[in-house]
Design a protein around this ligand. Sequence first.
Ligand code: SDX
Length: 421
Amino acid sequence: MTTAKLNLNGNDYEFSVVTGSEGEVGIDIKSLRSASGAITLDPGYGNTGSCESAITFIDGEEGILRYRGYPIEELAEQSTFEEVMHLLIYGHLPNASELQSFEGKLQEQAHVHEDVKQLIDGFPANAHPMAVINALVAALPGFESDASDDEQDIIRLIARVKTLAAWAYRRSAGLPYVASAPGLSYSADFMHMMFGSQGAKPSVSPEVESAINKLLILHADHEQNCSTSTVRMVGSSGATLYAAIAAGIGALSGPLHGGANQAVIEMLDMIDKDGGDHDKYMAMAKDKSSGFRLMGFGHRVYKNFDPRARILKRSADSVLEALGVNDPMLNIAKQLEQVALSDSHFVDRRLYPNVDFYSGIIYRALNIPTEMFTVMFVLGRVPGWIAHWREMRLDPTTRIHRPRQIYTGSTKRSVERLSER
Ligand code: SDX
């Protein structure tokens, strides 16, 4: 199958076909408009490929997720977040010397300009941390004293977003800022800056460090999702890495996307407070007019279990046990999943738990406040966003993203005088 044929208004058109390394097929319609005058129309881009990419592969039918060919299940169990960041951005798992160099650069660059603290202090304590981190990432270049190239910006941003995320929490909790501590992993250093004390010896337990490491790996990339496509779109104009990542943070904040992890816990809490009446909420989830959705369920691509949800469900059990935490939310979530997976509305529409359904329960066990859940998603996803931004910027065929439209408004008319309107 090397070409696709189209007949439009009696004219035949032929288009080449691109086949990916996993057998996915795309019809290359670059010449469609110039040849036929027509465009395609695909609201929500459910059938539209925006690019070819070598970073992440998802098979929604089989529930498969691989970063650069490595199954997410293996990476989540065997790798550090630093190794996965290197894999996503540079295309290979680092050897010992590459890893040591990468970790060293991240630790060197974790400091943030002192004046940034004034910017954070300028936010009210009740400002949502997603609004704070969004503004801080967009503002960061303004605090960089020396010129830097794209590769240096990548290291700086990864290193500093961890500090900014922790400080956004410290601001909301009215706590003093804790500086990055040398010699800690990315995950341990983040939790030290979140819950440690300035000058005190870091005391992040191996269980907590391991849980954060796994959560960040599971959120690290997911091919052309809403926020990653936003990063590519903004980056295609030549905007800075910081501007593109800030745009990605904005897209991720929506409750249909990364904001769902906060919405899941709020939903479970609402159900719990309402006497745990699953049937009432299931009925609402099936009634479109209710405006209620089962948050953490469903996915544009996965029509099977999201492999990350499977891993997170198991991790929720093991992390809560390791930390000696007994959270009723976990049982409510499991009961809701069981009810939904036996309900025809969900079965017929192939709606399964996604990455956001169980993640919040683990964040709660780690004492991370609900409003910080999506900031945790940002922290995990930054290397994926950067990997796509870099892949696009290094691709000589990249053009500014500029979709077309089908106009449905008024045809040509003249301005009526006020007295005639
Ligand atoms: C993430 O794209 C990615 O890869 C994202 C992500 C990543 O890693 O980047 O995986 C992270 O964003 C996960 C998704 C988190 N969002 C939620 O959990 C919010 C709840 N889920 C839904 O809003 C919805 O499932 C979406 C947004 C995830 C997907 O939306 P789609 O693909 O546009 O599907 P749709 O809204 O057209 O729904 C199809 C049908 C509809 O019913 P019918 O019109 O066929 O009658 O399924 C129903 C929907 O009403 N449906 C749901 C539902 N999700 C879909 N019904 C009840 N509860 C739900 N959660």
